[in-house]
Design a protein. Structure first.
Length: 253
C-alpha cells in the first residue's frame, strides 16, 4: 500500500518516560508546566535531573499593567521557581530575551543584524540554535522537550524553528537525545502520549502558581481538558495524558 493510502500510525502510549538527564526548553515561564509538567514530574519522581531553560522574560505577559513593568520579569522568575519546586525541576536558567519582538525592534535588542527582515529572523534563529547547542554540549541530555513547530505563538514557533535548525546542523546532537515537541496553544497531532494520571494534581498545582498569568486566563481548565482528551490514547483507566510530536529513541530506558 502506498504511503498516501496508509492511515497514520496511532501514538505510542507511555506509562513512564525513559531514565536520564532532561532538558526542557520553555519560551516563557509557565510553558514548561502547561506543556509537559506532568511528564517532568514523572522524570523527577524517578530521580532524573531536569534543566529548564526559559528563553524569554515574560515581560509582555501583563498587557493591562497590573504590575510595574520593570518588576514583571522577576515576578515571573519567582513563579517559575515555585512551579519547579512543585514539579521537581532542580536547575533553572533564564536567558531573559524580550517577548514578541517586532521586526523593527530586532536590531535595537540584539545588536548587529542584517537589514533584511527575513535575514534578521534567520540570524536570530541561528543565534538561538547556537546558544542551545552550548547547553546541549554541557548537559548531554537524553531527552529534550521543546515547543513543537506548529505552535501559533511567535515565541513558541521561534523556539521550535531554532530546535529544527540545531538538529539539522548537529547530527551528533540529533541522534544523542530523544526530541519531543510539546503543545500549549496549538494541539499537536501526537506521536507519543505519556500517562500523567498519577501526577496530574502536581501539574495543576504548579500551573496555579503562575498568578500573574491567571489574572488574564484561567489556564487550569484548559490544561485539564486537553490532558483529559489525550487519555483516549492510553490504557483503560487512565484519566490524563500529555501529547508530544516525536517518539522516545528505541532502547531509551
Amino acid at each position: 500500500m502506498s504511503d498516501a493510502l496508509r492511515p497514520p500510525d496511532p501514538p505510542t502510549a507511555v506509562r513512564t518516560p525513559p531514565r536520564g538527564p532532561v532538558l526542557v526548553i520553555a519560551p516563557h515561564p509557565d510553558d514548561e508546566t502547561m506543556g509537559c509538567g506532568g511528564t517532568l514530574a514523572l522524570h523527577a519522581r524517578q530521580g532524573d535531573p531536569i534543566h529548564a531553560v526559559f528563553v524569554c522574560s515574560g515581560v509582555q505577559g501583563d498587557p493591562e499593567g497590573y504590575f510595574p513593568r520593570d518588576e514583571l520579569p522577576a515576578l515571573r522568575q519567582a513563579e517559575a521557581r515555585a512551579a519547579a519546586e512543585i514539579l521537581g525541576v532542580r536547575r533553572l536558567t533564564f536567558w531573559g530575551f524580550p517577548d514578541n519582538l517586532a521586526e523593527a525592534d530586532f536590531a535595537a535588542t540584539f545588536g548587529d543584524l542584517p537589514r533584511d527582515p527575513a535575514a534578521q529572523r534567520g540570524a536570530l534563529l541561528d543565534g538561538f540554535a547556537a546558544k542551545l547547542a552550548l547547553v546541549m554540549d554541557e548537559d548531554r541530555p537524553s531527552v529534550v522537550y521543546y515547543p513543537w513547530s506548529g505552535e501559533l505563538n511567535p515565541d513558541h514557533w521561534a523556539a521550535g524553528q531554532a530546535v529544527a535548525r540545531l538538529r539539522a546542523a548537529r547530527p551528533d546532537l540529533d541522534v544523542a537525545a530523544s526530541w519531543l515537541g510539546y503543545d500549549v496553544w496549538t494541539p499537536c497531532p501526537a506521536e507519543t502520549v505519556v500517562d500523567v494520571s498519577d501526577v496530574m494534581k502536581v501539574k495543576l498545582a504548579a500551573t496555579a502558581v503562575y498568578r500573574t498569568q491567571l489574572l488574564y486566563r484561567d489556564y487550569v481548565p484548559a490544561v485539564r481538558g486537553l490532558d483529559a482528551y489525550r487519555s483516549l490514547f492510553l490504557e483503560a483507566g487512565a484519566t490524563f495524558g500529555e501529547g508530544f510530536m516525536g517518539r522516545y529513541r528505541e532502547g531509551a530506558s
